[in-house]
Each structure stands twice: as C-alpha cells, then as structure tokens.
Write a protein that binds this ligand. Structure first.
Ligand code: MD3
Ligand code: FE
Length: 204
C-alpha cells in the first residue's frame, strides 16, 4: 500500500495562483474531447496537457505524444509551482514529463481503470484536485476485488506509488456546489507523471 494523502496541501491562495497558471496553459492548449479507442465514444471529461509529453485518446488508442491533437502545437511547459510540488512529494529527482489536466463539468465521471501507458511505473503519480469535491474509488491491481472510496477536495494532493501505482481507480461523481474556487463550478484534476525511464539519483 502506498497512497500518501496530503489534505489541503495547497492553501486557497496557492490554489488560485495555480488556477491562473492553468488559464495560461488552456489558452495555449485548449481542452479537447478524448474518445474511446475503437468505438470513438466520447469521454465525459475534457482534457489538455502541459509538459514535454501529453496523454491523448482517440479511435486509434491511448498514447503519449509531444503535440496537441487538434492544434498540432507542442504542449506548454509545466508551471513552475507544480514542478516544485513534484520535487517536494514524489521522492525522486527526475522531473515529471506529463501533466494531464482533466476537467469535470457537472455529471462527468471516469470509470475504473489502471494507468499503464507509461514506459516506467517506478515513479509515482501525483494528483492535485481543484474545485468541487470528487468521490474517488481505488481498488487493487486486479479489476475484481474490494475497492474503497475517498473524497478528493480542492487543494488535496495525493501520491500514488509503490504497490498502488497500478491500482484500479476512477471518479464516481463530483459533488456540485462543494467549492467556490472555479467560477463555473465543476472540478479540475492534475496528474503529474513520469513517462520514460529515468536514472535514479535519490537525495541528490
Ligand atoms: C491511482 N484521474 O487521469 S486522479 C487519470 O481525478 C485519473 O481525474 C482521476 O485517473 C481524476 O488517469 C484520478 C488520482 C489518481 C491518478 C492516477 C493514479 C489515482 C491513481 C494512478 C495509479 C493509482
Ligand atoms: Fe487514472
């Protein structure tokens, strides 16, 4: 078990500053509507990315790529305050390569899945929640078996590493009106990830 929870790790002022950073990111890399591989069924979550690689999904499959699927431009850089946060909580010296930005409007959800499109699972995934509280579900490394439910509130930071890096997880629902951070309501989740293998030099 290796889930580290930092409730309200980001105070309100920092959440607002991060939101301003994200407005610049979305200005350069607008939210796109991902689609399921093969079927083309749209997700209920909209996405964008920052970093050298971004996660995308369309009929051709799930993958990481260096450019936005609609504009063809490179993803903007990961905001400095997220790089600092990663170095404070991730426990590795290699920087994150991908920051996926998920936007949940009212009614959006994300089914139970594993994150396994990365070349390495040695680095943790760092998640930052902003806006309305989400009902998050996490299980084990097989699809069957028990799951537990956790609430992710604005400013919460969670680090999923070790045995839990390949845990099944998803978002059951978002609780409308639970935060006033986002003017339009809803929720934004950031996931910082390492995609390619890295040389480890812990503590240096
Ligand atoms: C546990 N996002 O983008 S963040 C995803 O809130 C994703 O938008 C959800 O699942 C969201 O893939 C959940 C929490 C999270 C992220 C990655 C994990 C939990 C994780 C990777 C392994 C185990
Ligand atoms: Fe995930």
């Amino acid at each position: 078990m290796s889930v580290e929870i930092y409730p309200e790790r980001l105070d309100k002022a920092t959440q607002r500053a991060l939101l301003a950073d994200l407005i610049s990111v979305v200005d350069e890399a607008p939210f796109f509507l991902p689609r399921m591989p093969r079927t083309g069924k749209p997700f209920s979550v909209r996405m964008t990315n920052c970093g050298s690689l971004g996660w995308v999904s369309d009929v051709a499959g799930y993958r990481y790529q260096p450019t936005h699927p609609e504009t063809g431009r490179p993803w903007p850089p990961i905001p400095e305050r997220l790089l600092i946060l990663w170095h404070e909580v991730a426990g590795i010296s290699a920087p994150p390569e991908a920051c996926l930005v998920n936007q949940y409007a009212a009614g959006a959800r994300m089914g139970l899945h594993q994150d396994r499109d990365e070349e390495t699972f040695a680095a943790p995934v760092v998640s930052v929640s902003l806006g309305d509280t989400a009902v998050f579900r996490i299980g084990g490394t097989t699809r069957k078996g028990p799951t537990r439910s956790l609430r992710l509130a604005s400013g919460d930071v969670i680090v999923f590493g070790g045995d839990d890096r390949l845990a099944y997880h998803g978002i059951d629902r978002v609780i409308a009106g639970s935060s006033s951070l986002l003017p339009e309501g809803g929720r934004i989740n950031l996931t910082l990830r390492r995609v390619t293998k890295f040389g480890d030099c812990k503590g240096r």
